[in-house]
Write a protein that binds this ligand. Structure first.
Ligand SMILES: [Zn+2]
Length: 59
């Protein structure tokens, strides 16, 4: 379950851009986010689900 990051739940100020404006959809982390291909997963979660999403690991 991802940590609640919704503005309405956390009551924190809305951040338009930069760190804190986007988070991992899977675990809620702010760090190491992958925005490429509209993934919005942190690098740790991406490693776990990449193969399920159809990414293939080379070398
Ligand atoms: Zn994550």
């Amino acid at each position: 379950m991802p940590k609640p990051r919704d503005y309405e739940i956390t009551k924190r100020r809305k951040i338009a851009h930069g760190k804190g404006s986007r988070w991992c959809k899977r675990c809620g982390a702010y760090n190491g986010l992958i925005q490429q291909y509209k993934l919005f997963l942190c690098r740790q979660c991406f490693r776990e689900v990449a193969q399920h999403l159809g990414f293939y690991k080379y070398e």
